[in-house]
Design a protein around this ligand. Structure first.
Ligand code: HEC
Length: 94
């Protein structure tokens, strides 16, 4: 094998390796910190125990929604502090 052939062969190997690595890459799961919109939060965190009709029927100010959501969290709803704040703001707005 000439040095040219060796060079070509290792370049091919490197290309094949890179292609394989590219194909093996899994789609990235959504980062847990990725913020959901308030509507997505309602769909994903507030409809396990009752449908969203209850939420749409209720009308509170921010303090009222904070109290309701704290009660829901005590029952088992899963929300971070940031998500809770975003949801209160959204729900109190309409
Ligand atoms: C673990 C179950 C559970 C989850 C999750 C849950 N709820 Fe509830 N929710 C209840 C139960 C049980 C009631 C009825 C008893 C009560 O009002 O405390 C209720 C009642 C309500 C009511 C009507 C009562 C009122 O005071 O107006 C609203 C509004 C409400 N939920 C909003 C929400 C929101 C917003 C979320 C998401 C953050 C949520 N719920 C998630 C169990 C849950």
């Amino acid at each position: 094998m000439s040095w040219m052939q060796r060079l070509a062969a290792s370049a091919l190997l490197a290309a094949a390796f890179l292609a394989a690595a590219g194909c093996a890459r899994q789609p990235e799961p959504a980062a847990p910190s990725e913020a959901l919109t308030p509507e997505q939060l309602i769909e994903s965190r507030c409809t396990q125990c009752h449908d969203r009709g209850r939420i749409d029927a209720a009308s509170y100010d921010a303090a009222g929604w904070t109290a309701v959501i704290d009660r829901m969290v005590a029952k088992g709803a899963r929300l971070t502090e940031e998500e809770k704040a975003a949801l209160v703001e959204h729900l109190a707005a309409d």
